[in-house]
Write a protein that binds this ligand. Structure first.
Ligand SMILES: NC(=O)c1ccc[n+]([C@@H]2O[C@H](COP(=O)([O-])OP(=O)(O)OC[C@H]3O[C@@H](n4cnc5c(N)ncnc54)[C@H](OP(=O)(O)O)[C@@H]3O)[C@@H](O)[C@H]2O)c1
Length: 192
C-alpha cells in the first residue's frame, strides 16, 4: 500500500512536492482553498504537509482539526513580512505551530529550498540538502526519507528548536537568489 500524504496548499510548494512525491511512489493529495477537501485528505493521510502562507497557518490548522493528531506535520512555511524579512515569532514559527497543535509531530523541513527545486531535489542538476528538525525522532526519520525519495540529500537538523536557525536560513536563501542575483535555481548543499 502506498503511503498517503496530504498537502495543505497547492501553490508553488504544494504542487512541486506533490509532483516529486508522486513520482517517488507516494499517494499525494494537495489541496488549495476548497472547503472540506483538506480535512478529507488529511483524515486518511499518514503524513500532512503545511505548504500555505504563514498568515494562513491558523485557519489551516482550524480546518485540519484533529486529523493531524499523532501524525508527522511537516512545516514548510517561512514567517516572512511583506518586505521578505523574518517576522518576529518569539521563538520560531515551527515551535509556535507545535504549541498550537500539541498532538501533531511537527517537523520543520523544506523551508530552506526553493519550490522550483522541490520536485527533484536538484538545482542546476546538483543535489541540494534538506534540513529536518523535530522533537519526534520517528516523524523526523519519515520526513528525511521523503526528502531522499524526492532526490534531496537529507540532513538531520536536531530538535525543533533549531527551526530558529532554519527559518533565517530561508531568508538568506531568498537574499542570495534575489538580492545577490544567484536566482532561484540555486540552494544549500551540506557536506556531512
Ligand atoms: N515558494 C517557495 O520557493 C518557498 C520555498 C520554501 C518555503 N516556502 C513557504 O511555503 C509556503 C507556501 O509557499 P508557496 O510559494 O507555495 O505559496 P503559494 O504559491 O501562494 O501557495 C499557497 C497555497 O496555500 C493556499 N491557501 C490556503 N489558505 C490560504 C489563505 N488563507 N491565504 C492564502 N493562501 C491560502 C493557497 O490557495 P489559493 O491558491 O486558493 O490561494 C495556495 O494553494 C509559504 O509559507 C512559504 O513561505 C515557499
Amino acid at each position: 500500500m502506498k503511503t498517503k500524504i496530504a498537502i495543505a496548499g497547492d501553490g508553488n510548494v504544494g504542487s512541486a512536492l506533490q509532483k516529486g512525491l508522486s513520482r517517488a511512489g507516494y499517494e499525494v493529495t494537495a489541496v488549495g482553498r476548497q472547503p472540506g477537501k483538506l480535512k478529507e485528505a488529511a483524515s486518511t493521510a499518514t503524513i500532512v504537509i503545511l505548504a500555505v502562507p504563514y498568515g494562513a497557518v491558523d485557519a489551516t490548522l482550524a480546518e485540519l482539526g484533529d486529523t493531524i493528531d499523532g501524525k508527522p506535520l511537516v512545516d514548510c512555511t517561512n514567517p516572512l513580512t511583506k518586505e521578505m524579512k523574518l517576522a518576529a515569532t518569539g521563538t520560531s514559527a515551527a515551535e509556535e505551530l507545535q504549541k498550537k497543535a500539541p498532538r501533531a509531530k511537527v517537523v520543520k523541513a523544506f523551508n530552506t529550498t526553493f519550490a522550483g527545486t522541490m520536485s527533484t531535489g536538484k538545482a542546476k542538476g546538483e543535489t541540494l540538502s534538506i534540513y529536518a528538525a523535530s522533537d519526534d525522532a520517528a516523524a523526523k526519520k519519515d520526513v528525511l526519507q521523503l526528502a531522499r525519495d524526492i532526490g534531496f540529500d537529507a540532513v538531520d537538523a536536531g530538535p525543533l528548536q533549531n527551526a530558529r536557525y532554519l527559518e533565517p536560513l530561508a531568508v538568506l536563501n531568498i537574499q542570495l537568489a534575489y538580492s545577490v542575483g544567484l536566482g532561484p535555481d540555486s540552494g544549500f548543499r551540506h557536506v556531512h
